[in-house]
Design a protein around this ligand. Structure first.
Ligand code: DAH
Length: 346
């Protein structure tokens, strides 16, 4: 191998590689050329191996030419890469265009459970009269669920609540939200306006109108000079907000151990408007809640002086209110997870 031969080999390589780069169809082909010519096992390296056979004074010249060839080939490849790259990018941009004007997939929205919706609506109505929402525990004790509500052990009034007892320490699942009255009295000083929504439990054989789990909303107001007229006025406002402004209401005498006097609060039947139908047991009226003036004994258990303060309380079943608002006939539907039922209250 002599200087002339090496020089012409190098020049030939440069011309071949440069024109291959110019005519390469894509950047992948350029990668191949780059590797074949400039790579560790490439042609340029192979030619340079021949340098060792040259006289020492010729070597720098060949080295310089080889370097020029490398730079020339790199430049040719670089130029071709830039041109092919932008062409390829343009192709991809057209092919992969996203049509941002296409309507999106609709997001399926859930809806509130009808019992939650009804409980919130109830709370909204009473909030307008200054009632604040509190919550008591679902696991109660016998003392708060019964005794402090003027229902002593072995009193026949206990038969009103079929109770699920948890243990011999007096723990039970609350049968109503009324023990929340006691908890609020222990926690707050009058004036008190409390609303207590929550889940209750009873030992029931489940059918269309009996559930072992259900929801109540309890109300409690305590202040100086609170009267039965305040109770009647408030409940009228409630009935009108829930069932229409013209809905007639009435108080009937009732019995609860924790109120005296006690009443049942009725609205004119929402089905027959008083014409007497099966839905109202042919009375023309529907009872929607129990209420009364808080018994002085209960106030005293709550740490409140009955000589100074009076109060009223009321308690309603949320399912009952929801049934009347949405014409639902079977309580069990509230506990099932049938989306056709639950989605109907949107
Ligand atoms: N706790 C009663 C029940 O579960 C409902 C009730 C009646 C609550 C009268 C009251 C009330 O606060 O004054 O049957």
């Amino acid at each position: 191998m002599d200087l002339a031969q090496l020089t012409s080999d190098l020049n030939a390589l440069r011309d071949r590689a440069s024109s291959a780069a110019v005519s390469a169809p894509d950047t992948a082909a350029l990668d191949v050329i780059e590797l074949d010519v400039l790579g560790k096992k490439g042609e340029l390296t192979a030619i340079l191996r021949g340098i060792g056979a040259l006289p020492a004074e010729d070597r720098p010249r060949v080295g310089a030419i080889a370097n020029e060839v490398r730079i020339a080939v790199e430049a040719a490849i670089g130029l071709a890469r830039a041109q092919l790259g932008s062409a390829e990018l343009a192709t991809r941009l057209t092919a992969e265009t996203v049509d941002v004007t296409t309507p999106g997939r609709p997001i399926r929205r859930g809806s509130l459970h009808p019992i939650v919706e009804t409980a919130r609506k109830i709370a909204d109505v009473f909030a307008q009269f200054g009632f604040v929402v509190y919550e008591g525990p679902e696991v109660e004790d016998d003392v708060t669920n019964f005794q402090m509500l003027n229902i002593p052990p072995d009193h026949p009034a206990r038969d009103l609540w079929d109770t699920l007892y948890l243990d011999m320490e007096g723990r039970l699942l609350r049968t109503h939200t009324s023990p929340g009255q006691i908890r609020v009295m222990h926690q707050e000083r009058p004036p008190i306006r409390a609303l207590l929504p929550g889940r209750c439990f009873r030992y029931e054989a489940v059918d269309a109108s009996h559930a072992s789990e259900f929801f109540q909303v309890e109300g409690l107001m305590i202040d100086e000079g609170t009267s039965m007229a305040d109770l009647k006025g408030l409940l009228d406002q409630f009935a009108h907000a829930m069932f229409g402004a013209g809905r007639a209401t009435r108080f009937r005498p009732g019995y609860y151990p924790f109120t005296e006097p006690s009443v049942a609060f009725d609205i004119l039947c929402v089905i027959c408007n008083g014409e007497k139908c099966p839905a109202c047991s042919r009375t023309g009226w529907m009872t929607i809640l129990g209420a009364g003036m808080v018994h002085p004994v209960v106030l005293r258990y709550g740490g409140i002086d009955p000589e100074r303060y009076q109060g009223f309380a009321f308690g309603m079943g949320v399912e009952r209110i929801a049934n009347l608002r949405h014409a639902v006939g079977d309580l069990r539907q509230y506990m099932e997870d049938d989306l056709r039922f639950l989605g109907a209250f949107r």
